[in-house]
Design a protein around this ligand. Structure first.
Ligand code: NAG
Ligand code: NAG
Ligand code: NAG
Ligand code: NAG
Ligand code: NAG
Ligand code: NAG
Ligand code: NAG
Ligand code: NAG
Length: 308
């Protein structure tokens, strides 16, 4: 029954251009609009949530044992270029930046997976993630559909913009997940590796996970839609603990005696825009054509059905 209703809606989608266009990052609509007017950024580029009652672990519903969280293991600092901190895909905004290293919004604008909360100590209390962003397997338009089914790297993010600590910094919880039919568990060492593979996608070089320490530094440039970004990445300890205790999926994620579920490092990224497209160049994510999308919808649908 449910499957038939779903199939019908996919078919409808194929014949409804307006719906097909709604795919264009409609997932972005959940961007937060509650940023307080007075932004003030400390020299580190973010406020440490631990100092004001917040946490560097997310709030995950229904964990076993209860109360486990996932590490917020990367931060885009509030002293990054103001354009990058805007949650748009135009004008070099955050979504464009994510696409410059191979990550995009959720499959067909559909939100899948459970929501997690985070308290960034900014006076907003616990809020659900602003959005979920997935590795796009080299295809910004449909690659995140593959990620949803096959698993891979992804992150949730939250903006530190509450009334008492409005840095504008973006806190990311990155993890590498298993395929949908394995309930999207996290692969062994999937928090640390997920973080370092994302950084590796920015630097286009392998990050030596096991050798990282407080202060490890990398920088590189990435480009998308005519915008060039320079990212300076510094690993910082002291925000997260080097531990497996209290970390969601810790039993399978830690590598016993080798590395804890979280190694205690946060990748702090400061992003500048070093190149912009010529004025006449107006990049728009072109709506995928229906004839291209329909087979994809159907393939996706049958895959989902066969998994369920
Ligand atoms: C977070 O999302 C859940 C559904 O996943 C919802 O029940 C809850 O009210 C949301 N919390 C907030 C603070 O928006
Ligand atoms: C880029 O990301 C993919 C998917 O997470 C990963 O397999 C690959 O190792 C990353 N590249 C680098 C150089 O880290
Ligand atoms: C890590 O450091 C050790 C000792 O300095 C070195 O032998 C090894 O090659 C390094 N590993 C990586 C991946 O850089
Ligand atoms: C890395 O940073 C150094 C020093 O700030 C700078 O000279 C260099 O151009 C940067 N490299 C890249 C690839 O951004
Ligand atoms: C990490 O290194 C910075 C200097 O880069 C230092 O100020 C800080 O105290 C160090 N943190 C820890 C926890 O050792
Ligand atoms: C894991 O964390 C515990 C603290 O919870 C620490 O005692 C232990 O040395 C860590 N193990 C590794 C391999 O880092
Ligand atoms: C996982 O975390 C729980 C607390 O949430 C702790 O009781 C348990 O010992 C941890 N397991 C491992 C393998 O670290
Ligand atoms: C985590 O703790 C273990 C055990 O003390 C240590 O060997 C390892 O270097 C620590 N990891 C980091 C990233 O500091």
């Amino acid at each position: 029954m449910a499957a038939r209703a779903m199939s019908l809606s996919f078919v409808l989608l194929c014949y409804t251009p307006a719906l097909a266009q709604a795919f264009d990052y409609s997932g972005w609509r959940r961007s937060s609009k509650n940023s307080a007017p007075t932004k003030s950024v400390p020299s580190e580029g973010y406020y440490n949530p631990l100092l004001t009652g917040g946490s560097m672990l997310t709030v995950v519903p229904d964990t076993f044992p209860a109360g486990q969280g996932e590490p917020l293991n990367a931060i885009i600092t509030g002293n990054s270029d103001e354009r990058v901190l805007q949650q748009t895909e135009t004008d070099g905004g955050l979504l464009n930046y994510f696409m410059s290293f191979g990550f995009a919004g959720e499959c067909l604008g559909q939100h899948s997976g459970s929501d997690q909360g985070a308290d960034l100590g900014d006076g907003n209390g616990i809020l659900n993630e602003t959005a979920v962003i997935r590795w796009d397997y080299g295809d910004p338009q449909l690659g995140t559909c593959k990620e949803t089914i096959q698993g891979g790297n992804h992150f949730r993010y939250w903006v530190q913009n509450g009334p008492s600590a409005n840095s504008g910094a973006i806190f990311m919880g990155i993890s590498y997940e298993m395929p949908l039919n394995q309930d999207h568990d996290i692969v062994p060492n999937g928090y640390n590796n997920g973080r370092d593979w994302l950084v590796g996608n920015i630097t286009n070089s392998d990050i030596p996970s096991a050798n990282l320490t407080n202060g490890s530094f990398f920088n590189a440039t990435t480009t998308f839609a005519g915008y060039t970004y320079q990212t300076n990445i510094q690993y910082v300890s002291g925000l997260l603990q080097n531990t497996s205790v209290g970390i969601n999926h810790n039993i399978t994620v830690e590598i016993n005696g080798v590395v804890n579920a979280t190694d205690g490092l946060v990748a702090v990224m400061q992003v500048s825009i070093t190149g912009t497209p010529p004025k006449s160049f107006a990049w728009r994510p072109s709506p995928p054509q229906a004839w291209k999308l329909c087979p994809t919808f159907l393939l996706l649908f049958f895959t989902l059905v066969s998994l369920s």
